[in-house]
Design a protein around this ligand. Structure first.
Ligand code: HEM
Length: 183
């Protein structure tokens, strides 16, 4: 599946092949190392996220409205109640932002989330679409003044870090006998 998006994540991830049942674990090692965002980025993301706190339900709704509007091809992957899904996504982003101070806790959480995404039939090339949508949802919710160039760079670094860990864990699922339920 190809998406017509601006290149938003590093080339190694954008060009990574689709996950296949036969992908050897070795491929994980060919990925560039996942980079932890710097302290300026962490601080900026944590400060902007605080502004989303009072409008979390709206932010979740905007996110999925934007996602399905621009990428209707992923709509059928979402089978659960969408209000629940909105809450789960926002709670995970909340955790992902707050636990940037505790990567030892955050990374296993993201790895487990990445592995669950194999069951949801998520492909590596879906990640830029979700990034694009998250950025647009934040810009809409917070306004361009808050989501200025520095804030966008900070969120971009944090998203790439989350996605890098999730994708790495997703690749690890490609062991014989795992991840049956995929394209
Ligand atoms: C940083 C990126 C992402 C985050 C933080 C995230 C977060 C979540 C969370 C918290 C859930 C709830 C279920 C669970 O905890 O296992 C979920 C489910 C799901 N996500 Fe993601 N996700 C991300 C990327 C993606 C991408 C790239 C796709 C591809 C379209 C995707 C598709 C789905 C689907 C299909 C479900 C299941 C919905 C259902 O049960 O109906 N996610 N995601």
């Amino acid at each position: 599946m190809a998406f017509n998006t601006t290149p938003l994540i590093p080339t190694f991830k954008r060009n990574a092949p689709r996950v296949s049942r036969h992908r050897p674990r070795l491929l994980c090692m060919t990925q560039a190392p996942v980079r932890f965002p710097n302290s300026t980025h962490v601080d900026r993301v944590q400060r902007t996220w605080q502004l989303v706190e009072p409008i979390k339900p709206q932010a979740g709704a905007i996110f999925y409205e934007f996602l399905f509007e621009k990428y209707p091809q992923v709509r059928s992957m979402f089978k659960s109640d969408m209000q629940e899904q909105q809450k789960r996504l926002i709670e995970m982003v909340d955790q992902g932002v707050k636990l940037l101070d505790q990567p030892d806790q955050l990374e296993p959480t993201l790895r487990a989330l990445g592995k669950r995404h194999v069951r949801y039939r998520t492909q590596v090339e879906h990640y830029p679409a979700v990034k694009d949508t998250l950025m647009r949802a934040l810009e809409t919710a917070l306004g361009e003044k808050t989501m200025d160039a520095d804030a966008r760079t900070a969120w971009s670094a944090v998203y790439d870090y989350w996605a890098g860990i999730m994708i790495d864990a997703m690749m690890e699922c490609e062991e014989p006998g795992e991840g049956q339920n995929r394209v």
